[in-house]
Design a protein around this ligand. Structure first.
Ligand SMILES: Cc1cc2nc3c(=O)[nH]c(=O)nc-3n(C[C@H](O)[C@H](O)[C@H](O)COP(=O)(O)OP(=O)(O)OC[C@H]3O[C@@H](n4cnc5c(N)ncnc54)[C@H](O)[C@@H]3O)c2cc1C
Length: 244
């Protein structure tokens, strides 16, 4: 984590580079995570509210994304960006803990993203296989196709049940780090699996970017990566394994 924020009187001076900053081109303000202390340890990071009209703020849109195109990201360079010390969120050195808290709750919403994509893909797979006529019968008249649809539904319902369980556990005060990571990893993986299967069941139509199944297939890759790839979610879940 190379971005630094050095204290200079009543201000901080930020230098560094951020990749994949959502809304980095269009936002008026962004929140930047920066190093404020030396050495290892979680106490060396802080969060800052940064105005994007500062002359040292230089965003460049990330192009060529295969999916999630309604959401825009940027590579951002911070070159001597000055912010008042009041723009620091929380105490100096509290950034890691605040960010972890944000992610612990936010990742449940990402689980919802996975569920939404999986639901769309499943709907499309059901509709297409029943509508598409092949040799005087629909694709869904094949028992193997019926089994594939049922298997997708099994996976979907299991993932959705886990997402709701995670919500309930967090509402009841259980460790959100464990439940959110578990739910994010499971639902987003399920979204990828179901979306891939739905695209396959569309045959050539599934390869056209205009179809909803194709969009689900491309979009499904995203929530398993943003807010931390699923391998990291499993690291977190293992580290927060509840003793019960
Ligand atoms: C649509 C989108 C929006 C985003 N918005 C923001 C934003 O607003 N702000 C922001 O700061 N970032 C944002 N990001 C960045 C995002 O959080 C990172 O891309 C993500 O955390 C993965 O980090 P990375 O790309 O550096 O991958 P890396 O950390 O380089 O990981 C690459 C791969 O290595 C493997 N891997 C990594 N760690 C482990 C591990 N511990 N064990 C096993 N395997 C591992 C995984 O397969 C992983 O996918 C966004 C990304 C996307 C795609």
């Amino acid at each position: 984590m190379g971005t630094t924020a050095l204290r200079d009187g009543d201000e901080y001076v930020l230098d560094g580079e951020k990749y994949w900053t959502s809304n980095g081109v269009s936002a008026d303000w962004i929140v930047v995570y920066a190093r404020t202390g030396e050495g290892a340890g979680h106490d060396n990071y802080s969060l800052f509210v940064v105005p994007t009209d500062d002359p040292g703020y230089d965003p460049e849109e990330i192009t060529g994304k295969m999916g999630l195109r309604a959401s825009q990201q940027a590579r951002v360079e911070l070159d001597g960006v000055r912010v008042p010390a009041d723009n620091r969120l929380g105490e100096e050195g509290s950034g890691f803990y605040n960010l972890a808290r944000f992610f612990n709750y936010g990742r449940i919403a990402v689980a919802g993203h996975g569920i939404g994509i999986a639901a769309a893909a499943l709907e499309e797979a059901w509709a297409y296989t029943h509508d598409r006529e092949l040799y005087d019968e629909s694709v869904a008249d094949n028992q193997t196709v019926q089994h594939r649809l049922v298997k997708m539904r099994e996976q979907f319902e299991a993932a959705r049940a886990l997402a709701w369980t995670a919500c309930e556990r967090v509402m009841d005060g259980d460790d959100p780090a464990f439940w959110a990571s578990l739910a994010k990893a499971r639902t987003t993986r399920t979204a990828e699996t179901i979306a891939r299967e739905a695209a396959q069941l569309h045959g050539g139509e599934g390869l056209r970017t205009e179809t909803r199944a194709n969009r689900a297939f491309r979009d499904a890759k995203y929530p398993s990566i943003y807010e931390g790839p699923n391998a990291v979610q499993r690291d977190i879940a293992y580290g927060h394994w509840p003793e019960e």
